[in-house]
Design a protein around this ligand. Sequence first.
Ligand SMILES: C[S@@+](CC[C@H](N)C(=O)[O-])C[C@H]1O[C@@H](n2cnc3c(N)ncnc32)[C@H](O)[C@@H]1O
Length: 269
Amino acid sequence: MALIESILARPYWRQKLWAWWYPFFTRRVRAQGIDFLNYAFETNPPLRIPLAPEDERNRPNIQLYHFVASHASLSGKKILEVSGGHGGGASYLTRTFHPQQYIAMDLNAEAVAYSQKKHILPNLKFQQGDAMALPFADETFDVVINVEASHCYPDFARFLREVSRVLKPEGCFLYADLRYPSGEEEWMNDLFHTSALRVDSMRLINPEVVRGMELNTERYQTMVTQSLPKFLHPLAFDFAGVKGSRLYRDAVSGTLSYRFLKLKKSKVP
Ligand SMILES: C[S@@+](CC[C@H](N)C(=O)[O-])C[C@H]1O[C@@H](n2cnc3c(N)ncnc32)[C@H](O)[C@@H]1O
């Protein structure tokens, strides 16, 4: 664990580790039809959003996307999702909120190929790309979405500047992710001071994410034991946030903070 933590603390090696891990993970789980890679979300009392029968198994993960996306209107808009993973969130949001166009981008080419085969909708497109250099022209999108991925990036401030660049004036950035205390000060400084984006609202969502982790524990335990070699199980249980893992306990205690933020780009640059 200490070795992994010291690797994750260094931007260059963090980038290398995640760039190796996610394609490896996709190859291991794609036969199981895993469409989400997040810790999920549930309120108390339960959110109970209406879902199609085929979405029910992913309810806790969908609810994280639903919560994040419900802070702006997506209908008829041009949406970019950075780090869309296996595309489940992109598919759900496209079917539910009817954007004009939804592009979900990810560094992991295996995830993009999986999504292109699995989630086929006329206004939804998946493409490969790096959050550090978004492959889009300035002022292209009305809304940018980013769910539980920025902790993988080597330079978060650079990502925010990229988001700001591709957003239209008055565009909106909907964002959720986690940090340990060692990264919290830099995280907040980047969010509040390093780009043309202005924080509109911020909420700590640890209790909702913890409930999501609890709802997914059994499923994620099965996924890990069926897909990964035994020596990786302890690390993978932590990665998956199953009940009792260190990551789960840190989310319960508040050692780790999981936040939602809405940021806006101003009218005039
Ligand atoms: C925890 S997963 C979340 C995926 C998805 N948002 C979800 O909630 O299911 C993090 C994702 O970030 C992607 N990622 C990591 N580094 C990236 C980068 N530099 N640019 C784009 N995507 C990246 C990974 O490939 C992975 O799909």
